[in-house]
Design a protein around this ligand. Structure first.
Ligand code: 2M8
Length: 451
């Protein structure tokens, strides 16, 4: 049921114009200037946006991304596609991925890490939105792409979880939530040799230093890239030698949701019994792994530093991993719902809208304008909205959708938002913000579609 009358029709047109403005034909820039290439999880959200305008174009977005998939199954975090007139730092020369035999052959250029696997959610949404007359064509394309998604999930379930713990290991802050305080301790214990002379371009495009990671962070990000390169992006070597290995509960929760989405699509895709069994196994193992990371004292899930054996117990959005993963445990679900609306999160009376901040204002590391250290991110709100709706928390999901649309309507499709003032920050015209806007506008006030 679409809700696009009046001012919302205007917002829909504006969101569509953002996607069209960033469209490069077969892929979409994550943002006009700050992020000129194809990013992995951005592309997945972007495909959801395109599905409201043209399901064929939505499929192309994913197909183009998966054309750069590594032989291991990894979907790289950036596919470098923009020309030299649109510089981005660090570019392909820093990554030097041809050191790995698993990297795609030139001229395809990518990074050597990955991002949360939202792609299955996108494929499912595209199929849900496919009108009957296009189903034969889109079904054939879903069938062709599906094995690549299973391969991607296989990579995450094996190379990124050699312990079979159900929890995905991340290698780098750039695997999703860059300067989240979740990584601070692990970064602090790394003694970096200087990564070499470099010039940041992000702070030229966005000169306000309160909105971006510091140079201290960048020194460590780049040094870690050097280490990954040294280990030739070989997962076994990385697990043996490399210093930054984190069991990431948020990444894991997205993986759980993505395995469910592939199972939901199994009949459409003609999936084999073996694929279905594997997906079910990864789903169950992920949920169980998250269940073990839940701390009943805080009602939050904690990440885990593999190298030191320490829990990372901070109050951030990631602590709600059981909700993002649609936990089957009613005790954990209820405790998390209560915590979500507590004064440390959405119940903080100072918030402009009761939307989940990336870091709780109660955390000492909280910074209201700084990227993943405090601001509200619409894509995170979308993932939570989707889970809450599917969990049957329709009133809570409906309020989140309404508040998110108000936030975005006031804010030029910002990349992230100051939680107290609602000021849009980062890049304007951010593609994934426009994409989730299109999906929210088309959704019923009660929540997302079940299938
Ligand atoms: C941000 O990350 C990039 C590096 O990948 C950057 O700071 O230059 C993150 O928010 C990341 O999650 C996102 O995919 C990317 C593009 O929107 O920007």
């Amino acid at each position: 049921m679409s809700v696009t009358a009046g001012p919302q029709a205007g917002l829909r047109d504006q969101a569509a114009a953002v996607l069209r403005g960033n469209d490069q034909g077969r892929w979409t820039k994550a943002a006009p200037r700050l992020y000129p290439h194809q990013w992995s999880w951005d592309s997945a959200f972007i495909a959801i946006g395109w599905a409201h305008l043209d399901v064929g174009r939505a499929m192309t977005e994913l197909e183009e991304l998966f054309a750069a998939q590594w032989a291991t199954g990894m979907v790289p975090h950036i596919v470098f596609r923009a020309g030299p007139d649109q510089p981005y730092f660090p570019g392909p020369e820093w990554w030097d991925t041809p050191v790995s035999a698993a990297a795609p052959a030139p001229p395809v250029q990518t990074t050597g890490i990955c991002q949360p696997p939202v792609h299955a959610l996108a494929l499912q949404r595209i199929w849900q939105l496919t009108p009957p007359e296009r189903q034969p064509e889109i079904r054939a394309r879903v069938r062709a792409l599906y094995p690549r998604l299973v391969h991607w999930h296989h990579y995450l379930a094996t190379e990124r979880d050699p312990e079979a713990s159900g929890l995905v290991t991340t290698y780098h802050p750039w695997e999703g939530t860059d300067n989240s305080p979740r990584w601070d301790r692990a970064l602090q214990r790394i003694t970096v040799a200087r990564p070499g002379p470099y010039t940041r371009l992000d702070t030229r495009t966005l000169p306000d230093p309160t909105q971006r990671p510091t140079n201290w962070d960048y020194d460590r990000y780049l040094w870690l890239v050097g280490q990954l390169r040294k280990y030739r992006y070989d997962d076994a070597l990385i697990h043996r030698e490399y210093p930054f290995l984190i069991k990431d509960v948020f990444f894991t929760a997205v993986f759980v949701a993505a395995n469910q989405a592939l199972l939901d699509l199994a009949d459409v895709a003609g999936a084999s019994g073996e694929d279905r069994d594997q997906l079910t196994g990864w789903l169950d193992r992920g949920r169980a792994g998250l269940g073990r990371r839940f701390d009943p004292r805080t009602s939050l899930c904690a990440d885990y530093d593999v190298r030191t054996g320490e829990d990372i117990s901070l109050q951030t959005f990631a602590g709600f991993a059981p909700l993002f993963a649609r936990t089957a445990d009613p005790g954990q679900r209820d405790a998390q719902l209560k915590r979500l609306d507590s004064a440390a999160f959405c119940g903080d009376p100072r918030l402009r809208w009761p939307l989940l901040p990336s870091t709780s204002p109660d955390e000492p590391a909280f910074q209201s304008r700084n990227y993943w250290r405090g601001p509200v991110w619409p894509v995170i709100s979308w993932l939570l909205w989707r889970s809450l709706g599917l969990l049957g928390c329709t009133a809570r999901a409906g309020a989140m959708r309404r508040d998110s649309l108000s936030q975005i309507a006031a804010g030029q499709f910002g990349e992230y938002f100051e939680p107290f003032t609602g000021e849009p920050l980062g890049s304007a015209q951010q593609s994934w913000t426009a994409a989730v806007t299109l999906d929210w506008l088309a959704a019923s006030p009660e929540g997302p579609e079940q299938r």
